[in-house]
Design a protein around this ligand. Structure first.
Ligand code: C2O
Ligand code: CU
Ligand code: CU
Length: 871
């Protein structure tokens, strides 16, 4: 029998040959890991104490990972025993392509395992918590190793070659047995082992299950021993593992089974954990796995009790018809066509799924259609002004204006010091004056309103409005404050794309519920939120009846954190026709559409060749977080289409949609580097904060001149993709480039490549992948003032991953507005002659300072006159 086979018996406990053992022969026990973690060479402050996995080896970026693991041998083996063999057993759960020799060395110093828990696949760990071991520290942040990377014996105790064949690997040797014998004799010398796999070089890293992960994948040390002459008996620990202690069981921390009792057959009661009833009741009971699964329940191994609310409401998909938001009715329309709307933000009860009681949400009321979530769609026309009075009319159940937010507000987040129901509406994708942009600090309290003017001086596109209140945007959007704003123009109308009832907006958002229908969202700020259901236009997993013809869908990802990768099942190709800033040059047939928070994807689907009653599901395969997420957060269903027998729009699709002039990179006057990184500077609030260039909201270091073009490089130094959004402008994506960190340096690992065709249109939000540089180019025009730019994962946005740029008047238009400029004025000819010294970027970035030398029209034309000051 292989050790792994032994481990799989019963509840992860090994028991072998023990009848004979009671007569003085060998016993075998499986000792669970007492501690395990991973340390990371590239980030001496990273660890993975509470992570589901441990790592050993070298990743593709040449960064080392070493696992630390210790077993409490004296808990399971009685003193005085002679260890005859010891085998370390690990389950391989993920691997880089090359095989590697994984060495086990005995550690010579104590180390800690605390609460750090890496996101996604955990390959980069997480900032160490107090007490975690890291590359530099045995216990962060004070006790260091003598030697970075761990203090251990030079000679390996055992070595095993790990490739990707098979899932279980073991290490055993006389030296390993001697280590264990030594730890039994002197438990104070038991610091466990370090796993090192650095021989053939890069791309050999191996990931194994940790003690904090799934039950089937936890590490074990299988020990066979000859018991001492004294009487021994079995001891059951609370985790249902069985070990031996000397009679009368004084050393048994759990339940002593009596003299001469055995671990074979396994005497320990099986562990209990929360058992969830998979329906709308989300009922929870503490049971054994056998009892739970026999009753059709879902056994939640990681939740020993029901106290942390581990069960989710399970709903039936595709039972509700897709709702379509009403088109908002204006209060009045001026002779010139400008419409004036009044949209009141109101609290309402809305049924979000057939089997759920109505949910309290926040929506909008235009005074005609009644309140709804999502809000009514504003229809606008290019170059025709739209005026909206946004009114915060949020009231509690007594009808009084809300004194407090409906959801708990985590006041540790900057800007969220009070729990008032502050709101401010931003038109996402709108090119609007700063005063009407929905500045995060210009919030409305219940009872207040503000009238914004949208000039619509931009091309046809699917825009959306949503709340943008400082520090609580995630909460306000989760409550429902969002709606479509569809901007149309004549050129697009003339194309003959599907229109009227064949032009359908779809906003996809993930949510979780309590059995009473209320929204379930964490009270304390969290890194990200992934709901367990997907709503489209405010219904959970709806279905839509479609005629046999072509449809234009305007999809908006209005989720707080979730990125989707969508496909049709059975397969039906999308024709991707538009992005954030309107139509692409031509349609692109594709089976996949990836859409991150804030982005829009317009596509057509042709049901013309489908037989009546054919059903297509819109499915999502994206892990969450994206792209290296946990399978437990993935939600596959989105919605369903059911083909009717009616004939729909069967006109041919237009081939050419639009001409998009590419912005010439040479026209850029400035390149700015914006580094995206988790900072560990926020002890009090989640232990860390996502930041851009390590700065915050109040630090304004980007001051584009109106009339100039700039290149912004988003440099993502993290394992999570961030959808980066800029207000005021529509940009074009220039290219994407992968990089690795060498020490602290960003070193590109391949050439930059132009974006996919579907990203070749106008954008206001771009997904920046892990360890990727994305360059975008934008012209700053028309409006001076402060505008946010930020990650559109709203949890990140609320927690420091939002900054602002401030546009300054064009050179020559109003001259040199600030003292710094005046000081460098060359005085050639009046205001036009001042030196328009563009800002030099934030200190510490790869600064490229640009001086538009004295000649105002050079500036105006945005001619490139850049000079690299410090490469
Ligand atoms: Cu959609 Cu600044 O936001
Ligand atoms: Cu925006
Ligand atoms: Cu982010």
């Amino acid at each position: 029998m292989s050790p792994r086979y032994l481990l799989r018996i019963g509840f992860g406990i090994v028991a072998l040959g023990s009848l004979a053992a009671r007569a003085g022969r060998a016993e075998t026990v499986s000792v669970p890991a007492a501690h395990d973690t991973t340390i990371y060479s590239n980030d001496s402050a990273s660890s993975n104490g509470a992570g589901d996995y441990i790592f050993a080896g070298v990743n593709a970026e040449n960064e080392k990972r070493r696992a630390l693991i210790a077993f409490d041998v004296a808990r399971s083996v009685p003193p005085g025993s002679i260890i005859t063999s010891a085998t370390l057993v690990l389950d391989l759960t993920r691997t880089h392509p090359q095989s590697s020799r994984v060495e086990v060395h005995r550690l010579t110093a104590a180390w800690g395992e605390a609460s750090s828990n890496g996101p996604g696949q955990e390959g980069d760990g997480a900032p160490a918590a107090e007490g975690d071991a890291t590359w530099s520290y045995r216990f962060s942040p004070s006790q260091s190793w003598t030697t970075e990377g761990g203090d251990f014996q030079a000679a390996a105790s055992a070595t095993t070659t790990v490739d990707d064949a098979g899932r279980t690997y073991s290490w055993s040797s006389a030296a390993l047995t001697a280590d264990v014998q030594g730890w039994l004799a002197d438990p104070s010398s038991n610091f466990g082992w370090i796993l090192i796999a650095e021989q053939p070089g890069a791309d050999t890293a191996k990931r194994f299950g940790s003690r904090d992960g799934g039950r089937g994948f936890r590490p074990a040390l299988v020990v066979t021993f000859d018991p001492p002459a004294a009487t021994i008996g079995a001891c059951c620990a609370s985790d249902a593992t069985c070990g031996y202690v000397l009679d009368p069981g004084a050393a048994c921390g759990g339940v002593y089974q009596g003299a001469r009792t055995s671990c074979d057959p396994q005497p320990c009661p099986p562990p209990t954990a929360a058992c969830c009833t998979p329906d709308v009741s989300a009922a929870c009971a503490v049971q054994t796995e056998a009892v739970c699964t026999a009753a059709g329940g879902q056994w939640m191994e990681m939740h020993p009790s029901c106290a942390d609310d581990p069960c989710s409401v399970v709903l039936t998909p595709f039972v509700d018809e897709l709702p379509l938001p009403a088109v908002a009715t204006p209060l009045d329309t001026s002779p010139a066509g400008a419409a004036h709307y009044r949209l009141a933000m109101v609290e309402l009860q809305q049924r979000l799924h057939r089997d759920l009681p109505p949910t309290t949400v926040w929506g909008f009321d235009d005074g005609t259609h009644g309140p709804s979530y999502p809000g009514p769609t504003i229809e606008a026309q290019t170059e025709v002004l739209t005026r909206v009075t946004w009114a915060n009319d949020l009231r509690d159940s007594t009808g009084a204006l809300r004194a407090h937010h409906y959801l708990p507000v985590d006041s540790c987040v900057d800007g969220a010091e009070t729990d008032t129901a502050r709101t401010v509406i931003h038109l996402h994708g709108g090119h609007v004056p700063a005063e009407f942009d929905g500045y995060p600090e210009s919030t409305l309290l219940p009872g207040q309103d503000a009238t914004y003017e949208y000039p619509n001086h931009q091309g046809a596109a699917t825009l959306w409005y949503h709340d943008h209140a400082m520090g609580i945007t995630r909460l306000n959007v989760i409550m429902g404050l969002a709606g479509f704003y569809i901007l149309r123009d004549d050129a697009e109308q003339a194309l003959g794309l599907p229109s009227g009832k064949y032009d359908v907006p779809l906003v996809i958002q993930d949510r979780s519920f309590h059995p009473d229908g209320t929204l379930k969202y964490p009270a304390a700020w969290q890194e990200h939120f992934f709901g367990d259901t997907i709503l489209v236009n405010g219904k959970v997993w709806p279905f839509m009846r479609v005629d046999r013809g072509r449809y234009r869908f305007r999809m908006l990802n209005g989720s707080t954190s979730r990125t989707y990768k969508l496909s049709m099942s059975p397969q039906l190709p999308f024709v991707h026709i538009g992005s954030d800033g309107g139509l692409l040059p031509s349609g692109i047939a594709t089976n996949w559409i990836t859409i991150s928070p804030g982005e829009r994807a317009e596509f057509t689907l042709d049901f013309g060749a489908s037989a009546p009653a054919t059903e297509y599901k819109l499915m999502n395969v994206a892990p969450a977080p994206f792209p290296n997420g946990d399978p437990e957060h993935q939600v596959a269903n989105v919605m369903k289409f059911v083909v009717t027998s009616d004939v729909g729009d069967t006109r041919p699709a237009p081939v050419h949609l639009r001409t998009i002039e590419r912005i010439d990179p040479d026209s850029a006057t400035l390149t700015r580097d914006l580094t995206l990184k988790l900072s560990t500077d926020n002890e009090s609030c989640g232990g860390s904060a996502w930041r851009i260039n390590a700065l915050g909201w109040k630090d304004i270091t980007e001051n584009p001149r109106l009339g100039t073009t700039e290149i912004w490089r988003f440099i993502n130094r993290s394992g999570v993709a961030h959808p980066m959004h800029m207000h005021l402008v529509m940009f074009q994506v220039l290219d994407r480039q992968p990089f690795a960190l060498q020490g602290d340096d960003v070193v590109p690992t391949a050439d930059a490549t132009p974006p996919d065709d579907v990203e070749a249109g106008w954008k206001d939000t771009v997904l920046v992948g892990p360890f990727e540089i994305v360059r975008v180019i934008a012209r700053f025009e028309d409006y001076v003032g402060r505008f946010p730019y930020h990650c559109h994962m709203l949890e990140h946005e609320d927690h420091a991953m939002m900054r602002q740029f401030e546009t300054l008047p064009a050179c020559g238009d109003g001259g040199c507005p600030d003292a710094a400029d005046a000081a460098t004025a060359t005085g050639t000819s009046g205001s036009a002659g001042c030196s328009c010294a563009l800002d030099a970027g934030a200190p510490g970035q790869g600064v490229i300072a640009v001086i538009c030398l004295s000649v105002w029209f050079a500036c105006r034309r945005g001619r490139r006159m850049s000079r690299r000051v410090r490469p």
